[in-house]
Design a protein around this ligand. Structure first.
Ligand code: UD1
Length: 370
């Protein structure tokens, strides 16, 4: 099949391109080579068998051109820094929401033969995850108040009775409650694609990625995920800086499993006009991540627990993966231990510039972190 991957030079997109080519597809990539991610221009890992159009998705002509002859579109292009999205609001809305609008306009207003659209959504659209209260059962608390955070009461409280609640897997049924501009743009991408898909009978699927990690994750971008940030600190012999008490948790899913979910979404009719969580279904505390990475790197660096918070951070969220398992037959294959080992082995051949201090200062001056 002829396939377009927007954002195909990025961390997730490039792995997807490799797998599609391995499976015999003809792949085109539309990517603007965002400077923050690709400091030295084209990354060395780009698959030479793909065709590349280096352009911004908001460039109507180039986006239209990239759709010529395409059967399937994987829309992965996005600006990805959550904190940064809170002070570069227009940039995030423009690239992510308007960029998706340009893509959809091009699909519906030009002659094309696109038969399937798969869009990268995110768990960030849920806001806080799902919780269970010993007395009130399933609850969906809102973000912790500023006051609660200032009192260093890190755990979530039941919105009905105020008792401490326990995180449980978050399913697709949870009401969406984005807590950052980034998350709002991800929600808009998911909803716009599904709405247009349904109206024009173009089978569309949204995949809600949980915290993705793996080789090719940028080690120089202090705005990306925590595993890469910790790895970059450790490689520079600096202790990982852990917010809150370190017991906050996330669901870490290896990039190879994310790619497999995308392929299932492409192949299975059961995926059409629907949205799915893509996670491991397991939760890991952030402190555990910091310790595991330091340990596997063989460095005696104890994580520094800051007891400070970032605005908008959720406490816990991990995926209920029953829907994607039952409907698409998805099964995460890469264990956390093996995946982390692989990430660290890959990082040995990489330069890592630790810019987390700079990113933190930026958040602090804007009152978005302590
Ligand atoms: C991340 C991604 C988001 C993606 C989502 C789902 C980023 C910035 N966020 O959101 O794009 O949609 O996963 O895949 O890439 N932490 C520390 N020390 C640090 C950095 C982070 O303790 O130096 C903590 C944070 O306070 C938070 C946790 O680690 O509790 C996770 O943070 P982060 O990696 O930024 O991810 P998410 O907000 O979960």
């Amino acid at each position: 099949m002829d396939i377009l991957v927007t954002g195909g030079c990025g961390f997730i997109g490039s792995h997807l391109v490799d797998r599609l080519i391995e499976e015999g597809h003809k792949v085109k990539v539309l990517d603007c080579l965002e400077q923050q991610v690709h400091k030295d221009g084209k990354p060395s890992f780009l698959n030479p068998e793909a065709e590349y159009i280096f352009a911004d998705i908001r460039d109507e002509e180039k986006t239209k051109e990239s759709l010529e002859g395409i059967d399937v579109v994987f829309h992965q292009a996005s600006q990805v820094g959550v904190g940064q999205s809170m002070y570069q609001i227009q940039k995030y809305v423009s690239h992510n929401s308007e960029g998706t609008a340009v893509l959809l306009d091009a699909i519906i207003n030009s002659r094309h033969k696109v038969k399937k659209l798969i869009v990268a959504s995110s768990m960030s659209i849920y806001g806080e995850g799902a919780y269970s209260c010993i007395d009130c059962g399933l609850v969906y608390p809102a973000l912790r108040s500023h006051r609660q955070l200032q009192e260093r009461k890190w755990e979530m409280l039941c919105p009905k009775c105020g008792k401490i609640v326990k995180a449980i897997p978050t399913s697709e049924e949870k009401t969406l409650h984005p807590t950052s501009i980034y998350a709002t743009t991800k929600r808009s991408q998911e909803e716009m694609c599904l709405e247009v898909g349904l109206a024009y009978k173009l089978p569309t699927t949204a995949l809600r990625y949980f915290n993705v990690y793996g080789p090719r994750q940028s080690l120089n971008n202090p705005y990306t995920g925590v595993a890469a940030i910790f790895l970059s600190r450790i490689k520079n012999d600096k202790p990982p800086l852990v917010f809150e008490d370190g017991k906050q948790s996330r669901d870490f899913i290896n990039v190879a499993d994310i790619v497999s979910a995308n392929l299932l979404a492409m192949k299975k009719e059961e995926a059409n006009y629907d949205f799915f969580n893509v996670g491991s279904g397991k939760s890991h505390s952030i402190l555990d991540i910091a310790e595991t990475i330091a340990d596997v790197c063989g460095k005696e660096l104890s994580p520094q627990v800051l007891n400070k918070f970032r605005a908008g951070d959720i406490r816990h969220c991990y995926a209920d993966i029953r829907k994607i398992t039952e409907k698409l037959g998805f099964e995460p294959k890469v264990s956390f231990a093996k995946g982390m080992q692989e990430l660290i082995e890959w990082s040995e051949s990489q330069q890592a510039e630790d810019l987390t201090g700079k990113a933190q200062e930026e958040l602090k001056t804007r009152g978005l972190a302590e």
